[in-house]
Design a protein around this ligand. Structure first.
Ligand code: HOZ
Length: 430
């Protein structure tokens, strides 16, 4: 891939094309997660990344990019953060996996319990998908009910029962569920429009759980309308259903205590990932003690994993979460997010809508507010793809899909924001 206007460091010969050919022979589509293929933005090759540093990525061809993806959210201190890397190195020297309890996992659990208002106990796993899968099992066991309620465009990992009209490229590919998921597995999943309390009202009765991203991030950033989360809490309380917040993206991002702290609505169970692993593979499931104690070996709900509480991942997570105790972190993220969103809104001049909460945002190529998947899908995805390519050619990497978020880290500064806004303005005036 050639980006003539990108800044280049000591460039090797261009290698991406050959590497992609090799990758495609060995890996389906040449990628390990579909959005990375960049087909949604009209590219034929993905970026192959050689290294990252702070707010920047460098690809295999030596091109440097301001990175607004930040591994889809975990890197709150940017790439190759010195303290995180030191913590991982130190942990690795003592062994990379034990399949047995460690001090690190107790320390990470402590950070999570201290920060997230509704969480009294937490079980560490290796990904957000795993945490969501376990949350479903636990909710069904706790309530003795099977039915799940979720929202169109909501994404909770690639859990079979939750892929119905899911975000993160599933619904937007026109896949109602996905081949390979038996109809019986999604038969107990009811899907409603995000932000539509009236639509979901009667469905909660008899449900095991309502699963919701308290700020949707996988159909682009769609904040909850005032009263939506409070309304879900009330409906769940009346119906005896569990309210499950998927805070994989929002946890430790929109506030130290996640969206539940920011909006003051407490779920029964919380799904976490991304930032809690500081850039290493981690997921977590937390909630009230009496619910969590249904998990084996305390209770009889089976859940297990060799790499759960992995020492490298917990070392990275503890290093990051301890630094997030400092409130000035969130003040700075808010300042950066505000500056970026305001700049992009001015650059777009009414041709796009920027939706932002704290340090996560989406530029929807359409005028007007986006409140649900249907409205998100009315965006001009072709225009977004053209914007993506325009920015990439200028050394700026944003999410390679209209239906994802961009993530601000503390490694970004005014310089990166101003450069991005100027490049976007150039696109929108043309
Ligand atoms: N599903 C993730 C975005 N919502 C992308 C995962 C990845 O490709 O790394």
């Amino acid at each position: 891939m050639r980006f003539d206007t990108c800044s280049r460091s000591s460039a090797p010969e261009l290698v991406t094309g050959d590497l992609f050919d090799r990758a495609r022979r060995l890996i389906p589509g040449g990628v390990n997660s579909p959005v990375r293929a960049m087909r949604a933005v009209g590219l034929e090759e993905p970026l192959f990344i050689r290294r990252g540093e702070g707010a920047y990525l460098e690809d295999m061809d030596g091109n440097r990019f301001v990175d607004w993806v930040q591994s889809w959210g975990p890197l709150i201190f940017g790439h190759a953060d010195v303290e995180t890397v030191a913590a991982v190195r130190a942990a690795a020297g003592d062994g990379t996996s034990f399949g047995a309890p460690t001090l690190g996992e107790v320390e990470l659990a402590q950070e999570i319990v201290d920060a997230v208002p509704s969480v009294e106990q937490v079980r560490l796993v290796s990904s957000g998908t795993e945490a969501a899968m376990s949350a479903v099992r636990l909710a069904r066991a706790a309530t003795g009910r099977d039915r799940l309620v979720k929202f169109a465009g909501g994404y909770h990992g690639h859990v079979d029962a939750l892929l119905a009209q899911a975000g993160s490229g599933v619904a937007t590919l026109g896949i109602p569920s996905t081949p390979g998921v038996p109809a019986a597995v999604t038969a107990d999943t009811a899907v409603y429009p995000y932000n539509d309390l009236a639509a979901v009202d009667l469905a909660v009765d008899g449900a095991a759980a309502v699963l919701v991203e308290p700020i949707a991030g996988n159909m682009g950033v769609v904040p909850p309308e005032p009263g939506f989360l409070e309304g879900l809490r009330g409906l769940c309380d009346e119906a005896g259903a569990l309210l499950v917040f998927d805070e994989v993206i929002t946890g430790f991002r929109v506030a130290r205590g996640g969206a539940q702290e920011r909006f003051g609505v407490l779920p029964d169970l919380t799904i976490l990932g991304k930032i809690v692993g500081g850039g290493l593979p981690v997921g977590a499931l937390g909630g009230r003690r009496e619910l969590m104690e249904l998990l084996a070996p305390e209770g009889d709900v089976y859940q297990a994993g060799t790499l759960s509480g992995n020492p490298l991942a917990t070392a990275a997570g503890v290093s990051v979460l301890r630094r997030l105790r400092d409130p000035s972190v969130y003040e700075e993220l808010e300042r950066l997010g505000t500056r970026l969103a305001a700049g992009l809104a001015e650059a777009a001049g009414g041709r796009a809508t920027i939706q932002r909460v704290g340090a996560m945002a989406t530029l929807f190529c359409r005028p007007g507010r986006v409140r649900n998947l249907e409205e998100a899908e009315r965006s001009d995805a072709e225009a977004y793809a053209a914007l993506f390519r325009h920015l990439l050619a200028r050394g700026i990497y944003v999410a390679p899909s209209q239906f994802e978020a961009l993530f601000v880290s503390l490694a970004h500064g005014d310089e990166e924001i101003d450069r991005t806004v100027a490049a976007a303005a150039e696109f929108f005036v043309s």
